[in-house]
Design a binder for this molecule. Structure first.
Ligand SMILES: Cc1cc2nc3c(=O)[nH]c(=O)nc-3n(C[C@H](O)[C@H](O)[C@H](O)COP(=O)(O)OP(=O)(O)OC[C@H]3O[C@@H](n4cnc5c(N)ncnc54)[C@H](O)[C@@H]3O)c2cc1C
Length: 547
């Protein structure tokens, strides 16, 4: 039975919110000189970046509700509820920071404070409207059958779900609790299904399936395990995009086919112990050298948080090739550094020439199965042939890496949505099965309301991410949409898994209930690939405020 929703009113509401956000962006753009002075107004720019992101999510969810989503009885109500919640929140923020937003009282009264706006928003977020969504989701046990207007994506979802349920779900908990490494057997199975070559064009041995299929795949794998499946695709994806953007033809021929086949597994190394968000200040250096008659570079320095560095066959390494630190981002190059594979939590890789690479994994509460290493490069030789782009790539590594990161962020939108979906399913099942006070806890209005909000936000994060995938299919160079998808979906995963944990009560804190794993896995999402404040300020706000 369809749950009532006023989609015309929702459309008016979002168009009003859109006007206000646009006007506020124009004001902020003026005040920050087209974004150059964001640091003078970081707090407000962060607020605006988030509002614009939520607005985009609300629009994408509404479009979906008016399109294929109309076939799902809960989706129109979700679109209305999400837009209503966003609109009222925006109203509160504009009211509190009217000067910064540049919206005076009269303009506020005519827009976010108007009777029509408030009427639509209040009806959409009425307790009963959201609880009805929750009841429906609990009845369906949270399962995601959301209609997709793309036959290939639907087939991909079905087949990957089947694979993940039978191959990943049974081992996910064991890997997490024992901090095991993802097994070679699992990597081989995923390779056979073409999961590592989704972004690789067919001419280089990949599937060339486009970003939507990649996102749907990632979502389904992450639904069973963020670390032991969904995240395995991220690194090949980032390296593939960097190679496609800046690699020579010879390098593409050499590296892309084995990446697509899962024969070359990659790690990405940008972060250093003392350099994180300020990527342009990377210090690990690569100096020209000739070793055994071969031209190349020797690498010296420390790196941090290099995920999968032990098992990986290559490390995509961002290193300083121009010693002048003042050159910043214009002095960095991207290398493909070959190494042996190691299974444990530490390794030592010695070269005949005397080069040494040592790695030690840092223990983490979640995101296990991948292992993130602190690395020490000492006189480690890498051939000149492995400088991405060869001579043309010298000191261009920052831009190639950022292009790769945009792809990684889009993928993380899928990872976060899949993880959040897993939390929703466990929570809906638990709410249906757990009895207190003589009835299932899912019968209580507050549980239904919580599940309704969780499901609504997850659907918004899914649609924002799918839209970003389509945008990236159309233009590989975009940065804004993938960043928004990553920002919002990561927050949704953190919040919904914690909300789901509460619905599980004490059992939500027990390791034997998967929700406790989801909670610790989710908290890493807003940290990597650009920690949340940096993503908001340096990518989203900068893009939105640029003239
Ligand atoms: C499990 C895990 C896996 C990872 N995997 C990888 C990987 O595979 N490869 C890799 O290269 N990296 C990886 N990372 C590193 C990750 O990308 C960084 O942690 C992240 O970019 C943030 O850098 P940082 O930790 O040095 O934080 P910092 O840059 O020190 O930032 C800390 C905080 O300082 C504040 N801050 C910093 N600068 C500003 C500013 N300009 N304005 C306002 N506030 C600011 C923000 O609040 C920010 O959250 C991983 C991290 C983790 C935890």
């Amino acid at each position: 039975m369809a749950i009532k929703a006023d989609l015309e009113g929702t459309s008016r509401l979002l168009s009003t919110a859109d006007d206000v956000v646009r006007e506020s962006l124009a004001v902020a753009s003026d005040r920050t000189d087209g974004g150059k002075g964001i640091d003078r107004e970081q707090v407000h720019c962060e607020r605006l970046a988030y509002a614009a992101t939520e607005l985009a999510a609300a629009r994408d969810l509404l479009d979906y509700a008016n399109g294929p989503g109309a076939a799902d009885p809960a989706v129109p109500a979700m679109a209305a509820a999400f837009a209503g919640e966003f609109g009222l929140k925006l109203g509160g923020q504009v009211s509190a920071h009217a000067v910064e937003f540049g919206i005076d009282d009269a303009r506020f009264a005519a827009t976010l404070g108007s009777p029509d706006f408030l009427g639509v928003a209040r009806a959409a977020v009425a307790d009963e409207a959201i609880s009805a969504i929750g009841r429906h989701v609990i009845e369906q046990r949270g399962v995601n059958h959301s209609p997709i207007d793309d036959e290939m994506a639907v087939m991909t979802r079905d087949s990957v779900r089947q694979f993940a349920d039978s191959e990943i779900a049974p081992i996910a908990e064991h890997i997490h609790r024992n901090d095991d490494l993802v097994s070679d057997e699992q990597i081989e199975k995923m390779a056979q299904l073409g999961f590592f070559g989704m972004a690789v064009p067919e001419e280089y041995g990949g599937g060339g399936m486009g970003n939507l299929a990649m996102i749907v795949t990632t979502e389904e794998l992450s639904r069973c395990s963020l670390a032991a499946a969904g995240s395995l695709i991220t690194r090949p994806e980032i390296l593939t995009k960097a190679l496609l953007k800046g690699g020579t033809e010879e390098q593409k021929q050499q590296w892309l086919p084995p990446i697509a086949a899962g024969e070359v597994m990659a790690a990405i190394s940008v972060t250093e112990p003392d350099i994180g968000s300020d990527v342009a200040s990377v210090r690990c250096k690569a100096e020209p050298a000739e070793v055994g008659g071969e031209q190349g570079y020797v690498i010296d320095g420390a790196k941090a948080w290099c995920t999968f560095a032990g098992r990986a066959n290559v490390i995509a390494l961002l290193a300083r090739t121009d010693p002048d630190l003042a050159k910043g981002a214009r002095g960095l190059s991207l290398f493909i550094v070959p190494k042996d594979t190691f299974a444990g939590h530490s390794f030592e890789m010695r070269q005949e020439s005397g080069g040494l690479l040592e790695g030690k994994a840092d223990a983490t509460p979640g995101y296990r199965g991948m292992h993130s290493f602190t690395l020490a490069f000492d006189n480690y030789f890498v051939s000149a042939a492995n400088l991405v782009g060869r001579e043309k790539g010298l000191n261009k590594g920052f831009y190639l890496q950022m292009n790769g990161f945009a792809a990684g962020r889009l993928q993380t939108g899928g990872r976060a949505t899949g993880l959040a979906q897993a939390g929703l399913e466990r929570t809906a099942e638990y709410a249906a099965d757990r009895k207190q006070f003589g009835q299932p806890i899912g019968n209580f209005q507050l549980t239904q309301h919580k599940v309704g909000r969780m499901a609504t936000h997850i659907m918004a994060s899914r649609q924002l991410t799918y839209r970003a995938a389509a945008a990236m299919d159309a233009d590989e160079s975009i940065a804004l949409e993938p960043a928004m998808a990553k920002l919002f979906s990561s927050d949704v995963a953190v919040w919904t898994t914690q909300e789901g944990q509460l619905v599980h009560g004490g059992w939500g804190y027990a390791e034997e209930f998967a929700i406790s794993r989801y909670v610790v896995d989710a908290t890493v999402l807003p940290i990597f690939e650009g920690v949340k404040p940096i993503l908001e300020l340096k990518v989203i706000a900068r893009n939105l405020l640029a003239r």
